[in-house]
Design a protein around this ligand. Structure first.
Ligand code: KIV
Ligand code: ZN
Length: 379
């Protein structure tokens, strides 16, 4: 029996913080409905105290989207929590996500506080949030750089205060996979009431390790992952939803499953990229333009013999229409022959050799040879 991993999508909160990616309420509803269709379990819809527009968006998303839990972010402050409780009033299933810094760096430099005061403020915030909702998630900001014993103490205190989920964010994307996995392991081994809450993972990608760290956390017992479509988010971004979902799907032997309808991954990725003004890098795993494109002769030959030689998943499984063979100066005869046959041209070997020589000359100049170029060549 596979264990269920809950997908908490924060595209509309952490993702939307990116400069130039802000959405109107109407646009956020479109994205939220797509996330619902995709099968995410929790939608973090925004940070209501931050602006009247964000508050309104959470109200409207709560009315328009009914299947996932709708979550609103707050700092560990009464006015933030009041705004979150208010904004969620129409949500069928609701959660307040409140929290405060947990590393000494944040405690000292950001809050000018002490560990003891942080624990008190955290307990008060969770208790206040519980007056609005039964489902309260606590985030221990910058947990990636926090002292382990203090993190365990804070986790235990907020669970006692009524937190149903505790988020252990690597806010600055600092951790290495072993280190992050060990943090989660430590929490399971040192927090006596940990079984009363779900431990959640929230990683940033400053070292390009967000997905690796998230998988390490899952393997140490965390059951919720906080992710965004295309990995958008502050600075180098958040963990990418599609990468985690497909890593768990491709590696079934790990024994985890999600509720995500993977065939919707590519369409949702395109929608978010367009609406949020964030182009997807060509070599982005799963959803990038080149994720299923084969361009070197050796790979193309192997792929044409059997797709499994160079693909670990079927493009249809993630909603990508088809794999592609890109003709460049690195392509071989096999790929050229294949493309010409698709265009309706068959040649004997000597003729194909001649065309191939001319093709290479053309490819050196044009970089990529498309069907129109090929027609010109064979003419
Ligand atoms: O990265 C982070 O720590 C956050 C929290 C607000 C959850 O985004
Ligand atoms: Zn974050």
């Amino acid at each position: 029996m596979s264990q269920r991993i809950y997908i908490f999508d924060t595209t509309l909160r952490d993702g939307e913080q990116v400069p130039g990616s802000q959405l109107s309420t109407e646009e956020k509803i479109v994205v939220a409905k797509e996330l619902e269709r995709l099968g995410v379990d929790i939608i973090e819809a925004g940070f209501p105290v931050s602006s009247p527009g964000d508050f309104r968006s959470i109200v409207e998303i709560s009315k328009a989207v009914t299947e996932p839990v709708i979550c609103a972010l707050s700092r560990a402050k009464k006015e933030d929590i009041d705004a979150a409780g208010e904004a969620l009033k129409f949500a069928k299933r609701k959660r307040i996500h409140t929290g405060i810094g947990s590393s000494d760096i944040h405690i000292r430099n950001k809050f000018n506080s002490t560990r003891d005061q942080i624990v008190e403020q955290a307990i008060a915030a969770v208790k206040h949030a519980r007056t609005y909702v039964e489902d309260v998630e606590f985030y221990a900001e910058d947990a990636g750089r926090a002292d382990l014993a203090f993190l365990a103490r804070l986790t235990e205190a907020v669970i006692n205060a009524g937190a149903t989920v505790v988020n252990i964010p690597d806010t600055t994307g600092y951790c290495l996979p072993d280190e992050y996995g060990n943090k989660i392991k430590y929490i399971y081994e040192h927090v006596s009431n940990v079984h009363k809450a779900i431990i959640s993972i929230h990683c940033h990608n400053d070292l390009g390790l967000a997905t690796a760290n998230t998988l390490a956390g899952i393997q140490q017992g965390a059951r919720q992952v906080e992710v965004t479509i295309n990995g958008i988010g502050e600075r180098a971004g958040n963990t990418s939803l599609e990468e985690v979902v497909m890593a768990l799907q491709v590696h079934k032997e790990l024994g985890f499953e999600t509720n995500i309808n993977a065939k919707r991954l590519f369409p949702v990725s395109q929608l978010v990229s367009e609406m949020m003004n964030m182009p997807v890098q060509a070599n982005k795993a799963i959803v990038g333009r080149n994720a299923f494109a084969h361009s070197s002769g050796i790979h193309q030959d192997g792929f044409l013999k059997h797709s499994e030689n160079y693909e670990i998943m079927n493009p249809h499984d993630v909603g990508v229409p088809e794999s592609s063979i890109v003709l460049t100066a690195r392509s071989g005869r096999h790929a050229l022959k294949h493309r010409l046959e698709l265009l309706g041209f068959r040649y004997d070997k000597p003729t194909l050799d001649t065309i191939y020589t001319r093709f290479l000359d053309m490819a050196d100049v044009r970089k990529e040879v498309n069907d129109k170029d090929l027609m010109e060549l064979v003419r």
